[in-house]
Every structure is written in C-alpha cells, then in structure tokens.
Write a protein that binds this ligand. Structure first.
Ligand code: ATP
Ligand code: LTN
Length: 329
C-alpha cells in the first residue's frame, strides 16, 4: 500500500477552501492509501496567536477532521508537537537547505512584498520544518492545495540532496493536487484565494462552523459580473466559475452540467443552488462535529495517533542521525 501524508495549519477556523482543497480528498484517499494526517501546530506560531484561541482552533481542527470523515481506524491522526522528531529533523533539514531556496518561496516573498512587519525567523525557515514533517514518514504522495506545491517541490530537492550526499534515505515524495477545487477563490474577490486570514470582514470566506444562514448570505452576495449569462468562463466570469466549482466539488456533478442547467436563468437561481449544496454539506459536518466535541474521543484519537506516528518518525530520525555521523555509539 502506498503511503500518503498531509497537514493542516489551523491558525484560524477551517474554511470551505480547506475542506475542498484538502480535507475532502484525505477522506477519499484513506481507503486506498496508508494515510498520515496531522495538525501542524508548530507551523501556527510563525506569527502570534492568542493562546486560548489557538487551543480552541487546534481542538476544533481535530474534531472537524473526524467530522469530515477521517477515520482513526484507517488513518493515523496526530498533533505535530506530540511527535518530538518533527522539530529535531526540522533543524537538521535547515542545514541542508540554502537561503537562496528559502528566498524563492512565493508565500514568503509575497508576505515580504506586502510589507508585513512581523516576519519571524520561524516563518522564513518553515519550509524546512515542513520538509521534516513529510520526510519522517517517507510518503509516496503529499496531497496539498496549489499554494503548497512549491514547498513540496523544495522537500523533494532537499530529500534528493540528502540521498545523494549520504545514501538512499528518504523517499522522494510527489505533490498531489486535485483538478476541481485545488484553488477555491474568495467570494468577494475571485482573483484571490478563499482565505481565513486575508479577509477583513470574512464575507469572502465560508467557515465550516459558520451558521447556515450566514453561509447562505455569503454565497447570495458573492461578487459575480455583469454579463447576465451563466457560462463556464474562468477568464471573464471568475466569480461565477468559482461558485460552480464549489458546488461541483461538493456534490460531484460535472461543472459543465451545472452551468448548462442554469443557462438562460438568473444568477440568483444559480446562487441559491450553490447555497443549498453548501448548506447541506455544512449541516452534515456540524452535526457530527457537535457529537465528537462532547464524546471525549479526541484525546483517545490523538494519543493513539501520536504513538503510531512516533514509532515511524523515530526510526527515520535515528537513521538520519546515524548517517550524518551525529551518533557516537
Ligand atoms: P490561509 O487561509 O491563512 O492562507 P491556508 O488555509 O492556506 O492558510 P492551511 O490551513 O494550512 O492554510 O491549508 C490547509 C490546506 O488547505 C492546504 O493544502 C491548502 O493548500 C488548502 N487550501 C487552503 N485554502 C484553499 C483554497 N482556497 N482552495 C483550495 N485549497 C485550499
Ligand atoms: N504548510 C502547510 C501545512 C503543512 C503541511 C505539512 C502540508 C505543514 N506541514 C506537511 C503537507 C505536508 C500549509 O501552510 N498549508
């Protein structure tokens, strides 16, 4: 069985973008692959998080993973800080990464160009920790949204560099992105990714725990265009395209099918359809979430996950340290 690994960084509440671009796919993959999924809590603190809020976001993220269908009997689900090998290999990986490579990372460059003030060293070196997160488990595939592909490419480069320098140690992983839903856009500005952090008033971003009426309103007031003709035209009608993509990703209907059904009808009707699809999905997820939050199962899942993950991660770390010459025994 091929192995797959991915992580989510819950610096805020999980969004519909996270669900469509990441979580939903993990759930589909867990039957076919040996799945490792973790909450990247160390990655959260590259910028300041209010402690109580962070704690809540982390617990919510686990509950939502489970509510969305991730099954602890099929997947290893764990918290990054429960496996001590992550920061240790993260430091080691930083010693096999060049500053020039980190300078080229788009996510970092964008933040720099936007003139963000609190650029921490943790943010700069985070692709090294991400490489460690991945390489500790030797996965064949890393399912990610479009924006994370570059970091997985860097991970491949670091793995190859290490393998060449010593001997075959790491599996060189491949990033895996979906065709539909790899990049869900903001409902208010379809040229920008739907993101929990970029949006001042959150009108462009649907959260998995949004009140259904609020989510519906966000969709009904999504920015579209003035062509007044439902068509699949990503270039000229990106807002409409995004709405159709959201519905298609959630109910599996081909995008063209949905566009054809609403041809000649008003945008309002299409929006209502998309809102129904989204609200049905949110209702299903939220019902399970409420059950899980009161069940006490989160602690058990994380404890078992940490044990299984540590076993694999510690073996890889020991091998790496031996090869480098860090061990004297
Ligand atoms: P931010 O919203 O602050 O930009 P993020 O949501 O991208 O952060 P994560 O929560 O770590 O950061 O993302 C988890 C996964 O969800 C990643 O694989 C990411 O690519 C994917 N993802 C996030 N937003 C979207 C989106 N709008 N469309 C598709 N996938 C997304
Ligand atoms: N960097 C990712 C989260 C992340 C991750 C990983 C994803 C951290 N470690 C390992 C896949 C594999 C993000 O910001 N979305």
């Amino acid at each position: 069985m091929k192995r797959m690994l991915s992580g989510i960084k819950p610096t805020g509440q999980l969004t519909l973008g996270n669900y469509i671009g990441a979580l939903k796919n993990f759930v589909n993959y867990q039957d076919e692959y040996e799945m490792y999924v973790f909450i990247a809590n160390l990655h959260c603190i590259t910028n300041y998080q209010e402690p109580a809020q962070l704690r809540k976001n982390l617990k919510d993220a686990v509950a939502l993973y489970l509510a969305c269908g991730l099954d602890p009997n099929k997947s290893v689900i764990f918290l990054q800080t429960d496996v001590k090998a992550h920061p240790e290999l993260g430091y080691i990986m930083a010693c096999y990464t060049y500053m020039g490579e980190l300078n080229r990372m788009t996510q970092f460059k964008d933040k720099m160009q936007k003139g963000e003030k609190s650029m921490t060293a943790g943010l700069y070196t985070y692709p090294c920790l991400m490489a460690a997160d991945i390489l500790l488990y030797n996965p064949d595939y890393v399912p990610v949204g479009d924006d994370q592909k570059q970091h997985v490419e860097l991970t491949r480069d670091i793995a190859q560099r290490f393998n060449n320098l010593y001997s075959e140690t790491f599996t060189v992983p491949e990033p895996l992105t979906q065709k539909v839903g790899a990049r869900i856009m903001s409902l208010q500005d379809p040229s920008k990714k739907m993101s929990k952090s970029d949006d001042g008033d959150n009108k462009g971003c649907i959260f998995l725990l949004d009140d259904l009426a609020v989510a519906r309103k966000k969709i009904m007031s999504a920015v579209t265009d003035s062509y007044a003709d439902v068509k699949l035209d990503k270039e000229n009608q990106p807002g409409l395209y995004n709405l159709i993509e959201i519905a298609s990703a959630l109910n599996g209907r081909p995008m063209q099918d949905i566009a054809d059904e609403f041809k000649g009808k008003g945008y309002g009707e299409l929006k209502k359809y998309v809102a129904d699809v989204v609200c049905d999905k949110l209702a299903e997820i939220q019902a399970k979430y409420n059950e899980i939050m009161t069940s006490g199962m989160i602690e058990t899942v994380l404890k078992e996950g940490a044990e299984k993950a540590s076993y694999v991660a510690n073996k890889t770390l020991a091998k790496v340290k031996r090869k480098i010459g860090l061990e004297i025994r």
